[in-house]
Design a protein around this ligand. Structure first.
Ligand SMILES: Nc1nc2c(ncn2[C@@H]2O[C@H](COP(=O)(O)OP(=O)(O)OP(=O)(O)O)[C@@H](O)[C@H]2O)c(=O)[nH]1
Ligand SMILES: [Mg+2]
Length: 153
């Protein structure tokens, strides 16, 4: 797994020991997205054999990462319920190129006054082909469905 952030190794540390064979952190030092050359340098540090799946977590915003190809097979856009009712329509580029959308933190939707039917309807209107999986990562809810959608389970 490769974690991308502007600073810190916190995400890589959090994932280490959870089952991935190798975890690397990329720090962009200020850039709001990963690019192919940063990923290439990280991939060179990966074991040469025995990797079936490589997860890359881009820097956490829904704008810059849309515009830079990393050479990946599938793009998963993760949006939290707390990002608001209109998060999908405000970030069209991200959802035009996604292969799967994960709607996370569904457990707090009510507390932040977000009606999840709206983001789902917005996706249906622009990308009727796109699969949407709702998750609550704290409880593990929906994770098997994400793996199924990625054909990993
Ligand atoms: N309530 C709730 N909290 C969650 C859920 N998933 C993650 N969190 C919490 O949300 C916070 C942010 O999680 P991260 O995994 O750091 O999110 P991230 O998108 O990787 O953040 P960046 O890498 O900084 O962009 C953490 O405190 C998680 O415990 C969820 O489904 N429900
Ligand atoms: Mg992160």
């Amino acid at each position: 797994m490769i974690a991308g952030d502007v600073a810190t190794t916190r995400d890589a540390e959090r994932v280490t020991g959870k089952g991935a064979r190798k975890v690397l952190q990329i720090n962009t030092g200020g850039m709001c997205h990963l690019d192919a050359s940063l990923v290439h340098r990280a991939v060179e540090q990966m074991p040469e054999t025995g990797i079936d799946v490589l997860f890359i977590e881009n820097v956490g915003n829904l704008i810059c990462p849309s515009y830079f190809s990393l050479g990946v097979e599938k793009r998963v856009a993760v949006v939290s319920a707390s990002e608001g009712t209109h998060v999908i329509e405000k970030h069209p580029a991200m959802f035009e190129s996604a292969n799967l959308v994960v709607l996370n933190k569904i457990d707090i939707a009510e507390a932040v006054h977000v009606d999840l039917t709206q983001p789902v309807a917005d996706l249906r209107a622009t990308r009727p082909d796109l699969r949407v999986v709702k998750t609550n990562c704290l409880a593990g809810e929906g994770i098997e469905e994400v793996l199924g959608a990625l054909k990993l389970a």
